[in-house]
Design a protein around this ligand. Structure first.
Ligand SMILES: O=C(O)CCC(=O)C(=O)O
Ligand SMILES: [Fe+2]
Length: 217
């Protein structure tokens, strides 16, 4: 495990490499392969252009609110959550786990995770394939590309969480700022978050984007 503080590029951004072992990665993939996927026409969240699974709570992208509490995060992530807490990566226990699958040619549009709904730390664990996460501050256009290696966890707090959009391109091949070429294969990510409210107050735009615009597809 090695912590890389990226605060010089974007305040509040850090990356921990080798956060999990290869055996742990295999075990996580084994368990999600037993789970129910949604997205790509399948409810809940049929409109998503990638497959997802949610644990802890069910968040609806269409209605931009939490619809249901499922209960505790599953046993197969308990040791990972303990590691998150013992390394003080989150101020409060995560109560939402979002699993995203990106096959070749799939990505996620630049977005800010709804500030009114999710807590101050957003963590994302990368499995099976590396990718580049693109950060962009809409108020000044500042852009930073960060390589997320396989089995690393990226931590977004402060500016990185609230003032920068993050997204992942659909490109099959990407070049990192250091010249490293990343060949995208199937990537699965585990995003750990704390749900702090079930819906955005009606007079507030909780996602940092235009009203009625879909949240983060
Ligand atoms: O796949 C990732 O690492 C990021 C996912 C993400 O940003 C999200 O679902 O809000
Ligand atoms: Fe996000």
């Amino acid at each position: 495990m090695k912590t890389i503080d990226l605060g010089q590029d974007i305040p509040g951004l850090s990356l921990i490499t080798d956060f999990i072992t290869e055996e742990e990665e295999e075990n996580l993939i084994y368990h999600i392969n037993q789970g129910q996927w949604c997205g790509l026409g399948i409810s809940p969240n049929p409109e998503l252009k990638r497959r997802t699974q949610q644990y802890g709570h069910l968040f609806s992208y269409r209605y931009r609110k939490v619809l249901e509490e499922y209960g505790e995060l599953p046993d197969f992530v308990k040791s990972i959550v303990q590691r998150i807490m013992s390394n003080q990566l989150m101020p409060i226990h995560p109560n939402h786990l979002l699993v995203n699958e990106y096959n070749e040619g799939q990505g996620i549009m630049p977005h800010i995770d709804a500030p009114a709904l999710f807590g101050p730390a957003i963590l994302s664990l990368s499995l099976l394939s590396a990718c580049i996460m693109k950060f962009m501050n809409p108020s000044n256009g500042h852009q930073v590309d960060v390589v997320l290696p396989r089995r690393s966890i990226v931590v977004l707090t402060g500016d990185a969480r609230y003032n920068y959009k993050h997204g992942i391109s659909k490109d099959l091949m990407e070049t990192a700022p250091d010249g490293q070429v990343i060949q995208r294969k199937q990537r699965v990510s585990f995003t750990f978050r704390q749900i702090i409210a079930w819906e955005v107050p009606t007079d507030e735009d909780g996602c940092g984007c235009k009203k009625n615009k879909k949240l983060d597809q």
